[in-house]
Ligand binder design. Structure first.
Ligand code: NAD
Length: 305
């Protein structure tokens, strides 16, 4: 089976390409990426074929999808703050780009596994967040990811395409970059601790997130592709491990072994207060899935830095 990963040079994408390349049932692994936030260096030393180009180019997509038996669609313009800075750009890649990917796949009946986000729950305060709750996006990013999953599932229903839409929560691990203004919280904290810089926490630090190690995420994605799992509604991909950011900072302080100089800044627009996944549906579909614990995953991530 040949697998195309859109966004395959990004953080989750490059980890997934490596996981797929290690599976005996997988033939060729192809990454399509415009390298806007991803990097060719993430795939260095692998057998993955990197095609540099955009999912907003339908002709390119047709020719690349023609080489694949399955697609994992991860290409997106990630991050809430980035979407606040340029909502149209987020919409173009995350919503319109998804339709282009689906169009290319529908013509050839190629199954699609796609990444949505826990941000779609937004203002819904019920915990844990289970998939039957209503969605209430708080940012253009969240709205665009709701469009991603809605299109994926609608193509499944309309064109009998095999589809699966995962809602990732906070994914972390090796290859997640720290060196930019939109860095995710774990690489930003580790980078600050290693450089002896202040740790910036937006708000009081009691906001919680459900962190999943990238190795766990890519194992589930690869299993989904190879076992041809489909589902007609979105599936959370996280395990309900809820951690306040202030505790996360303390855990990282201990692993890195240098004291954290925590600076509280104003809470950011568009950020949700608490996040925790219900994992019943995920465990029902993937009964063998076993997650890497937070302490072990954090230690692995610090080692990679
Ligand atoms: P990332 O930025 O590392 O990966 C996204 C990749 O998409 C990058 O390599 C980027 O260059 C590529 N890309 C962007 N626009 C493109 C375009 N027009 N054509 C082709 N490639 C394009 O981010 P990530 O964290 O690896 O995210 C992967 C997916 O997971 C995204 O869909 C994101 O929305 C979703 N997600 C991630 C998290 C997380 O915690 N990391 C949480 C929820 C959802």
């Amino acid at each position: 089976m040949n697998v195309l990963v859109t966004g395959g040079a990004g953080f989750i994408g490059a980890n997934l390409c490596q996981e797929l390349a290690s599976r005996p049932a997988v033939g060729k692994v192809i990454a399509l990426d415009d390298l806007s936030t991803g990097s060719a260096a993430n795939l260095a030393g692998t057998d993955v074929e990197l095609i540099e180009g955009s999912i907003l180019d339908p002709d390119l997509l047709e020719s690349v999808v023609a080489k694949a038996d399955a697609v994992v669609h991860l290409a997106a313009r990630p991050s809430v703050p980035r979407s606040l800075a340029d909502p149209v750009a987020s919409h173009n890649v995350n919503a319109t780009g998804t339709v282009y990917v689906l169009e290319a796949c529908r013509h050839r009946h190629i199954p699609v596994v796609a990444a949505s986000s826990s941000s779609v729950y937004g203002a819904v305060s019920v915990l844990p967040k289970h998939e039957e709750l209503p969605t209430q996006p708080l940012s253009p990013y969240a709205a665009s990811k709701l469009a991603t999953e809605s299109y994926v599932l609608a193509y499944g229903a309309s064109f009998d395409l095999r589809v699966l839409a995962f809602r990732f929560f906070n994914v972390y691990g090796p290859l997640q970059s720290a060196g930019h203004a939109y860095a995710a919280v774990i690489p930003a904290f580790i980078d600050a601790l290693l450089r002896g810089r202040p740790l910036r926490i937006f708000g009081d630090g009691l906001q919680t997130r459900d962190f999943t190690y990238v190795g766990t995420v890519v194992r589930v994605l690869a299993d989904a592709v190879l076992s041809k799992v489909t589902y007609p509604s979105p599936v959370n991909l996280a395990f309900g491990t809820r951690v306040p950011l202030i505790d996360l900072a303390q855990q990282l302080e201990e692993i890195v072994g240098s004291p954290a100089d925590i600076r509280h800044e104003e809470a950011r627009a568009g950020d949700v207060r608490h996040s925790q996944a219900a994992d019943g549906l995920l465990r029902g579909l993937f009964p063998d899935v076993d997650q890497v614990s937070l302490p072990r995953g954090l230690a692995e991530t610090v080692r990679w830095f």
